[in-house]
Design a protein around this ligand. Sequence first.
Ligand SMILES: Nc1ncnc2c1ncn2[C@@H]1O[C@H](COP(=O)(O)OP(=O)(O)OP(=O)(O)O)[C@@H](O)[C@H]1O
Length: 750
Amino acid sequence: MTDPEHDDTALGAQLALEQGVVDEVYGRLDDLRGQAASSLAQVRATRAEGTHQARSERDSFAAMYADRLATYDAVEHKLVFGRLDLAPGSTDAADGDDASRGPRYVGRVGLSDTEHTPILTDWRAPAARPFYQATAAHPAGVVRRRHLTTRDRRVVGIEDDVLDAEALDPEHRSSLAGEGALMAALGEHRTGRMQDIVATIQAEQDEIIRSDVEGVLVVQGGPGTGKTAVALHRAAYLLYAHRERMSRSGVLLVGPSDAFLRYIEKVLPALGETGVVSTTMSTLLPGITATGTESDAVARIKGRRGWGAIIARAVAARQRVPAEPVRFRLGSVDLEIRPDDVAAARTRARRAHQSHNAARVVFVRTMLQTLAKQYAQETGADLAAEDVAEVVEDLRSHRDVRVALNLAWFPLSAQGLVRDLLTKPHRLAEAAPGMSARDRHLLQRDADHPWTVADVPLLDEAWELIGDPIDPERQAAEVAAAQQAREELEYARSTLASYQPGGSGLPEVTAEQLASRMAESGPLMTTAERAAADRSWTYGHVVVDEAQELSPMAWRSLLRRCPSRSFTVVGDTGQTSSGAGARRWADVFDDLDRSWRLAQLTINYRTPRTVMDAATDVLHESLRREGLHPDVAPVTSARDVPGSLRIGRDLPSAVRESLELGGTTCVIAPIDQVDRLRAELDAPGVDLTRQLVVLDPVEAKGLEFDAVVAIDVAHLGPGDAYVAMTRTTRRLTLLGALPDGLDVRDLPHD
Ligand SMILES: Nc1ncnc2c1ncn2[C@@H]1O[C@H](COP(=O)(O)OP(=O)(O)OP(=O)(O)O)[C@@H](O)[C@H]1O
């Protein structure tokens, strides 16, 4: 028989014991923070004297200490959340740690005491893995796993999983206590900002987070299964486990919307990581923001695979051999630009395998030399090298030559080429002879139409083939910058050792990171900032969220950003709303990367079971009606909430009652109603930190709210209806036209 009073005392004693450990860890964090602050103050107080080198060194170290301070601040919340008790004699190959050293504490970062003894294990370290992976069937030497719940710096709860009950001594057995940390996290009110899940990552999620960095990993999972959370934690894990490679090349995260990027922006910093470039497809290319809209039919045409060949043909069409010789006069000599010579120069330039604009230099040089030879033949002179150079320069500046060579090999820009294709029917017909006249007609638009998201991969394709606009000054500056970067890396390597504080528990700063800060292009520019500004940057890893929305052309663009094909792709083909998006992952990846692998997530941590089951019925009904067969696996909700699904009476009362639950409420409606509803409810824009927002289903992708009021779900496509119905953590109220497939008999009507 259990004695409640004894249980309380035992729990109190355990809480006090854990508080002691947590205090020590925070004490160490405070010390390190103090050290970093004083180092920063010291560096800042140093007078920036003399050379550029000395100044940039000072700035770089100042930035490094400022970064450390920011990291210490970011990990403050829930710094310690786990404890592993290992069976006596069990050793861990990862760090040689063994049970005799006492329990192992797991937290956001790794910390050691002043004697260099580890006091906190980084959640990403191999030694922390059993915290997420150990089960009763496979305890991995763990006797007990303890979840610590802290508020501010206070331990307020403990919860134990006994993995090896045999090995537990009676004293330990009586100390088992605590509410489910996971359920507690799931039950919290939403704030409009995603929180990390580091304290409660589940085994199937951990498996994906730590999966091998190489290759394309596709994670399919229904709504709320933690795909976004897993993708972000995987990015943090890879930055930790492959720091050298990732700090040099960076990690790119592609999300569905700016609102989504704001929603998740706090997660990686809270995991101690800031070096990730976040973007949407609309802003993938530096200097271009796609704000235009267009019909789904047009987006679908633009998303088709064949555009690589179409754009290549459009570029090749600007490398032309004239039908007739072009005659001109240089001084008193008659010369001609002959079709055969142009054809030969064109072949030579094409063989250089460079972009159009870079190869143009080869073409022009070849043509000028050919014409200089013709000049020598015509004059019968045996020209010395300087004379040839002079003739070449005269030819280069000759107006007729310039015009003829431009016509033969036109200097292009990606924007100009794509705009021509979309606004000049003859250009598109020439480049896309296989496209139907109807599709070509659909694509045509006015020249001042803003870029759309479906244009971005076409622009990228063109940019790849055409290269940057020709700018000799910039080319020279790039060569000089590359030389300087090499020197700075050498310098950073040689000086870094003396500055590394050591024993801080934080990842060491690499020479590459330091050198990148010293770069002339801006002493405080990080790898991430430089990567974001450079279209041709190739990343160490790319994470793509809501990946089901991307077209085959968008995938081509993204694969270009990481030729080593290290990708984490998360999505749900049941939620696809773009006509150009994916219904089956094999259709996307079999063509792009044969070695792609699939992982599945099956537990919904967001949506109450009643709501999730109804959403699934509606999805299946609408897919059946539309004859669609996406790969969707069944999803089970981790919990239910009484009264979580209801039919509303009218908008004001549905919104009022939703807001009364506390936390956030979102009204989701077909796009043509959104403006009116925003005005009516005084909820303008997409500010997720407000208590009430109005969104269309595409804007709501990836987000979640305490309560959702979904209007006219019957008028939404299958993916959009599924998205709208699965955004809530507590209550879904349906208003207006109800979707087919919903069993309304037992539902409460307001
Ligand atoms: N292991 C976990 N511990 C605590 N919370 C979790 C866990 N896994 C997921 N969650 C929570 O569940 C919710 C849904 O997660 P997330 O947004 O990552 O799902 P998703 O699969 O991307 O959803 P969707 O496809 O519907 O946008 C989030 O609030 C997330 O914090």
